[in-house]
Write a protein that binds this ligand. Structure first.
Ligand code: CA
Length: 478
């Protein structure tokens, strides 16, 4: 009997926001190959990360658990490779497994990838040009452009696999992570064009908590290394802002264009080999990104542009072509879903659940209607984003910036006065996503929302308890 279990091709980029994909209605670029997945399958509008930053999101995707359980709360935490992961479960069940590209969960010794039959990963962030790769046999340098190299390596692995057993390939691009360095192929793309600015470009964060005003990810915070040129002299502040945006967004989108090519090559291969029908193809990114939205670059905040992961999925046997889902699916759900497709039980300890039915278009009646988020990396050196947690429902978003008095990395022993009470109060935000989808004005202090705030706080406590997390130890933080 041939093995009919589906293959899984999981393509993940780094920091690619959904609003830079034409299938998601991008106003700023075209991604014909990513759109092929959406046409053949489903575009998911509410796939969210539980902590909008690289390493933590990746840890959730491998382990099926939240960051306080899998141990990767910040960029500085290493992933403990001894823990249960999706690649181990699939490997034990006879899948061939590989990860090629960005790993970002530490490297060397115990931090190397575990549980994969094949791995070839960038050390740390890796380089766009002539990158080094870390392999079980040691480190190698490969000449060329990173996105193209990762694609070639992925195709090589596919060609050389055993065709008799199913595979899970994680093709993890570095692009389009900062500092944005496009391939020479796209160096001139958008030259002479004026890329439109987003609706919230002029946001001065008066409608937000102090945390938003203190964050150092405004377009004015982009460095010369980001912009690849000194700011021309004699520009007004507004002119400089637009100049910075054009420099930033064009290089970002040029990097995306190589990713789109990569996905096209992988899809071509699957089609040519008659594998497309029996392969679950996923395109996602570890989290979203601000593309000049709120006058920012980067991510970290629980605001939509950063919280939302692009998620396109095709699997012709189960997923209707051109379909759209509004079910809330989280990064912690991905591994459970993969096991479901492989016909395996989801381990009790995993906190995510299989979203297979959501992708089939029949959302279970008890599917989640709220999600819990926590960003732990308090006031990291360069971006200065405050730690926060919150709850998103289909209608509202409640956020608590709980740790203004904490020092770095969520160390609860620091920043307190003698009574264990933070000298600075926490700050809350509430957004009405139906009236204010751009999250421009917090209505937390609006008396009309008093009842909603009380309900959502209760709900937040419930969701937190459900995933075995705890609120910050301050009476105003719950
Ligand atoms: Ca990332």
């Amino acid at each position: 009997m041939p093995d009919s279990r589906p293959n899984i091709l999981f393509v993940m980029t780094d920091d690619h926001a959904a609003h830079a994909i034409s299938a998601y209605g991008s106003r700023i670029n075209q991604t014909p190959n990513l759109d092929r997945i959406a046409s053949a399958g489903m575009r998911c509008e509410k796939t969210f990360c539980t902590n909008s930053i690289c390493a933590p999101s990746r840890a959730c995707i491998l382990s099926g658990t939240y960051n306080h359980i899998n141990g990767v709360r910040t960029l500085h935490d290493r992933f403990d490779g001894a823990q249960d992961t999706v690649q181990k479960r699939l490997g034990d069940a006879g899948y061939q497994t590989a990860i090629i590209g960005k790993w970002h969960l530490g490297h060397g010794g115990e931090a190397d990838p575990t549980g994969f039959d094949h791995w070839c990963v960038l050390p740390g962030q890796g380089d766009y040009f002539n990158p080094h790769f870390h392999t079980p046999e040691g480190t190698v340098q490969v000449e060329g452009y990173c996105t193209e190299i990762i694609t070639d390596m992925s195709l090589d692995w596919l060609r050389n696999r055993d065709p008799e057993t199913p595979f899970m390939l994680m093709c993890h691009h570095k692009a389009p992570h900062r500092h944005w360095e496009p391939s020479p192929k796209y160096a001139d793309l958008f030259e002479g064009d004026e890329i439109p600015v987003p609706e919230t470009f002029q946001d001065d964060h008066r409608g937000h908590a102090r945390a938003a005003r203190e964050a150092k990810m405004k377009l004015m915070d982009l460095t010369e290394q980001d912009l690849k040129a000194p700011v021309p002299e004699g520009l007004s502040e507004e002119e400089e802002l637009h100049w910075r945006y054009q420099r930033y967004i064009k290089d970002y989108l040029r990097c995306v264009q190589s990713v789109d090519d990569s996905v096209g090559q992988l899809l071509d291969y699957l089609e040519a080999e008659n594998l497309f029908e029996n392969t679950v193809v996923i395109y996602t990114s570890d989290q979203g990104f601000f593309l000049g939205d709120h006058n920012w670059f980067d991510k970290r905040f629980m605001y939509e542009e950063s919280l939302k992961m692009p998620f396109l999925i095709s699997y012709p046997q189960e997923i209707a072509p051109g379909s759209v889902s509004h079910a809330m699916v989280l990064n912690v759900d991905f591994p459970a879903t993969f096991l479901d497709w492989a016909g395996l039980e989801v381990p009790e300890a995993w906190q995510g659940v299989s979203a297979r039915k959501c992708f089939q278009g029949s959302v279970p009646s008890d599917w989640r209607d709220a999600m819990y988020y926590r960003y732990w990396m308090h006031k990291d050196g360069s971006h200065n984003v405050y730690a926060h947690y919150g709850l998103r429902t289909h209608h509202h978003k409640l956020i608590c910036y709980y740790a203004d008095a904490l020092d770095a990395m969520g160390d609860r022993t620091q920043g307190y006065d003698g009574n264990g009470i933070s000298p600075e109060p926490p700050e809350w935000e509430l957004f009405d996503l139906k009236k204010d989808p751009n999250e421009m004005l917090s209505v937390y202090h609006d008396p009309d929302y008093e009842g909603i705030v009380a309900n959502l706080k209760e709900r937040l406590a419930e969701e937190m308890a459900k995933v075995q997390d705890e609120p910050y130890d301050h009476p105003d933080c719950r």
